[in-house]
Design a binder for this molecule. Structure first.
Ligand code: ASP
Length: 348
């Protein structure tokens, strides 16, 4: 098991969401929690061997209002405080937490410290809240070190006793405390009586010769289209003709299959010839794309659809924004997308 480093310094960044709310018992309304009072409200935090500083967004966001611009602001906060702190805990609404976790994983290249996103289904002051456990354990995990360096060196998401690789997660339930899952990658840490750390699964792809590189530019000219039986030509064309569109994430059936009708394939082929990148991801919650396994995906392979393998839609969208933001040459986009950059997809 990893050790807690001597008083690790943790920066808590509150962006918004239920976790940072308390109930005003006089009115029953939820209001934003004063983060300066954090230690008074959760005295358990005193027991952690770390010192906690916090930054709260002036206007906390319901995460449905999250934008790429706010991701850049978050990446900037982490960059500015990177040297002074040993770990970062980002408090975030659960609704779009997987998007933010995925986005940050791409934006923070060569990360050597933990960035743990967490939130809760019930507000922090609620009697049955999941906020305390999520927050306390997220901080505890962000404090772990092997004596010389942080144990977890990637962007993660902690919820309901499990730490996941952030860019592998997806929100699966709007009510249960277990709101997230990582269908194609095992949890990195499980919290029980002890913290059980799955060392082989921790991200180790950093370049030892390079420091943190922060990419703040995200290009949001991306669309997602989920296939369904009966999808019309008009709808497909409307999406493909969206002004400024550069990437379409196509949620296909099963192992990456789509209608083999000529009009459908022709529309995709024309879009690709016109410079739009089309990424094949599965709409199944687990497993991935195997292009060419069936005839219905072989045609997609022939017209050069990008193989999204076992990536989540959240990760595909944010990876596309990141690669576009980096101005990756058009010819190289497919190759970059099909390689795992931050452990977000299988290698082959
Ligand atoms: N609507 C809230 C949000 O995502 C829900 C939550 O905090 O979990 O911001």
């Amino acid at each position: 098991m990893g050790q807690k480093s001597e008083r690790a310094k943790i920066l808590l960044i509150y962006t918004g969401g239920t976790i940072g709310m308390v109930k005003d018992y006089a009115t029953g309304a939820l209001k934003v929690f004063d983060f300066d009072e954090l230690l008074t409200k959760i005295p358990e935090l005193y027991q952690l061997e770390c010192s906690i500083s916090s930054i709260a967004f002036k206007h906390p966001l319901d995460s449905s209002n999250m934008t790429p611009l706010v991701w850049s602001k978050l990446a900037e906060i982490i960059e500015e405080n990177y040297r002074q702190f040993d770990g970062f805990v980002v408090l975030h609404g659960s609704d779009t937490m997987s998007y933010t976790a995925s986005a940050l994983s791409f934006m923070l290249e060569n990360l050597r410290k933990p960035v743990v996103l967490t939130g809760s289904q019930l507000p922090i002051g609620d009697l049955r809240t999941d906020a305390k456990e999520n927050l306390i354990t997220a901080i505890e995990i962000a404090s772990l070190s092997d004596g010389t360096e942080a144990l977890v060196q990637e962007v993660c998401l902690y919820f309901e006793y499990k730490l996941y690789r952030g860019n592998r997660t997806t929100k699966i339930n709007a009510e249960h405390f277990q709101a997230f899952n990582s269908p194609n990658y095992p949890p990195l840490v499980e919290s029980g009586v002890r913290l059980s750390i799955r060392y082989p699964y921790l991200f180790k792809g950093q370049d030892p010769l390079k420091g943190l590189v922060v990419h703040k530019k995200m290009d949001a000219n991306v669309a997602v289209l989920k296939l369904f039986p009966g999808l019309s030509k008009a709808l497909l064309n409307a999406v493909l003709n969206t002004s400024g569109l550069k990437v379409l994430v196509l949620e296909t059936f099963g192992a990456g299959n789509a209608p083999s009708e000529d009009w459908f394939i022709a529309a995709l082929r024309t879009a690709i010839e016109n410079g739009i990148h089309i990424i094949n991801v599965t709409q199944c919650s687990g497993g991935g794309v195997l292009m060419g396994q069936y005839e219905t995906s072989e045609r997609l392979r022939q017209i050069q659809l990008i193989n999204g393998k076992d990536i989540t839609t959240e990760s595909a969208v944010t990876k596309a924004m990141y690669l576009l933001g980096k101005n990756v040459p058009h010819m190289k986009f497919k190759g970059f997308f099909e390689s795992a950059l931050r452990g977000e997809m299988r290698q082959n």
